[in-house]
Ligand binder design. Structure first.
Ligand code: DQA
Length: 146
């Protein structure tokens, strides 16, 4: 099973960026953790990070026919991007939305997600563990369909 893990803007700054909210571990640490978790599950993960909305749309489109599922932390685009919502709907792949923090417990402008309607689940506020839960959920969902 192939899963693409997509991280949006400023997540390349993990470890430096607001460590009180996002922790001190880096994006490379996160990717290594996910990779380790995927191995015994027979999942092949691929990773993509961009600060650009169009690049995120492009990679979602490219996943069509190539990946079995998507994990996406759209970061700030969560709260603004109809384009990412539409891309997820267009490819129709099972997707899980992940946030390190719980945006619904932060500033009001973070409370709404444009992305959730295109996802089978949204996992918030569990830090890196949220990505591992997302892998487990997608594996159950995709294998359950087989
Ligand atoms: C985030 C939450 C968003 O509100 C924020 O803009 C981010 C990160 C999270 O992982 O907690 O960049 O998606």
């Amino acid at each position: 099973m192939r899963l693409l893990i997509i991280n949006g803007p400023n997540l390349n700054m993990l470890g430096v960026r607001e460590p009180d909210i996002y922790g001190r571990q880096t994006l490379a640490d996160l990717e290594a953790l996910v990779r380790e978790h995927c191995g015994p599950l027979g999942v092949t993960p691929a990773f993509f990070q961009s600060n650009h909305e169009g690049a995120l749309v492009d990679i979602i489109q490219q996943a069509y026919g190539q990946q079995d599922g998507l994990i996406i932390n759209p970061a700030a685009y969560t709260h603004t991007s109809v384009a990412i919502l539409d891309a997820l709907k267009a490819v129709g792949l099972p997707a899980v939305e992940v946030h390190l923090s719980d945006p619904t417990a932060r500033e009001p402008f973070r409370h709404h997600s444009h992305i959730t309607p295109a996802c089978i689940a949204a996992i918030r506020g569990k830090g890196f563990a949220g990505y591992l839960d997302a892998v487990d959920l997608l594996v159950r969902h995709i294998r359950g369909q087989a």
